[in-house]
Design a protein around this ligand. Structure first.
Ligand SMILES: CC(C)(COP(=O)(O)OP(=O)(O)OC[C@H]1O[C@@H](n2cnc3c(N)ncnc32)[C@H](O)[C@@H]1OP(=O)(O)O)[C@@H](O)C(=O)NCCC(=O)NCCS
Length: 196
C-alpha cells in the first residue's frame, strides 16, 4: 500500500489497560458525557460486557498498524436500521492528520454496506466543533439541539444531534474519499472492508 492506512480491528483482551488510560486522559474525558475518573472495576465491567453483543460493537483504530483510538456503533437497532457512531483518538500525536475522518469513513461503509443500516446518528457536545465539523464534512445533517443536555465540569452543556442516511453517504462518499487521499491515505486501504 502507498500512503497512510487506517484499519479498524475488534477490541481484544490486550487492549484492556490502554482503553482505560485513553478514556481517563483529559483530552478524551473532556469530550465524553461522563466526567468522573473511571476506576478499574467500572472499566472491567464495561470491558467484559462488550464481547458477544449484537447491539454494540467496538473497534480499535490503528494507524499504520499502531493502536491510536477507539470507535463504536452502539444502540444498533436492526429493526429500525439505525445505530449511534462515536470515536476518540487516545494518541494525541496523531490528532489532526485525518485519522478520525478515515476511521469514520471506514465505519460508515461498514454500517451501510455490511450491516445494511439505514441511518447513523451521533450526539456531540456543541462546544466540540472539531467532532461535529468532521460529521458535517461527511454529510451528516444537524437534526437536533439538545439544550443543557449533560452536566460537564458542573455546568449544563448543549448537545448537537447529527444524522446521516445511507443515501446521503452514497452521495458524499466520493468527496470524502478524495479528501482523505489528498491527506495521504492509501485508496485501497480506505476501500478495504473491515475484518469480520
Ligand atoms: C474528534 C476527533 C476524533 C477528530 O479526529 P482527528 O483525526 O483529530 O480529526 P481529523 O484530522 O480527521 O480532522 C477532521 C477535520 O477537523 C479539522 N480539525 C482537526 N483538528 C482540529 C483542531 N484542533 N482545530 C481545528 N480544526 C481541526 C481538520 O482540519 C479536518 O477538517 P478538514 O476535513 O476540513 O481538513 C479527535 O479530535 C478526538 O479524539 N477528540 C476527542 C474525542 C472526541 O471529541 N470524540 C468525538 C465525540 S463523540
Amino acid at each position: 500500500m502507498t500512503g497512510r492506512v487506517v484499519t479498524l480491528r475488534p477490541v481484544a483482551e490486550g487492549d484492556r489497560a490502554r482503553l482505560l488510560t485513553w478514556r481517563n486522559s483529559p483530552q478524551v474525558a473532556l469530550y465524553m458525557y461522563s466526567d468522573h475518573e473511571i476506576g478499574q472495576a467500572e472499566h472491567d465491567r464495561w470491558f467484559d460486557g462488550i464481547g458477544g453483543r449484537l447491539d454494540r460493537l467496538y473497534w480499535v483504530i490503528e494507524l499504520d498498524g499502531e493502536p491510536v483510538g477507539l470507535t463504536s456503533l452502539t444502540e444498533i437497532d436492526r429493526a429500525q436500521g439505525r445505530a449511534t457512531i462515536a470515536r476518540y483518538l487516545g494518541d494525541l500525536a496523531v490528532r489532526g492528520l485525518g485519522v478520525g475522518a478515515a476511521a469514520e469513513f471506514k465505519l460508515l461503509d461498514h454500517a451501510f454496506s455490511r450491516l445494511g443500516l439505514r441511518k447513523v446518528w451521533s450526539e456531540v457536545l456543541a462546544s466540540n466543533e472539531v467532532a461535529w465539523g468532521l460529521h458535517v464534512a461527511n454529510g451528516f445533517q444537524r437534526e437536533a439541539l439538545l439544550r443543557a443536555h449533560v452536566v460537564k465540569g458542573g455546568l449544563p452543556q448543549d448537545v448537537i444531534g447529527l444524522g446521516l442516511l445511507a443515501q446521503d453517504w452514497v452521495e458524499r462518499r466520493p468527496e470524502a474519499r478524495e479528501r482523505l487521499i489528498g491527506k495521504g491515505y492509501d485508496p485501497a486501504g480506505l476501500d478495504a472492508p473491515l475484518p469480520c
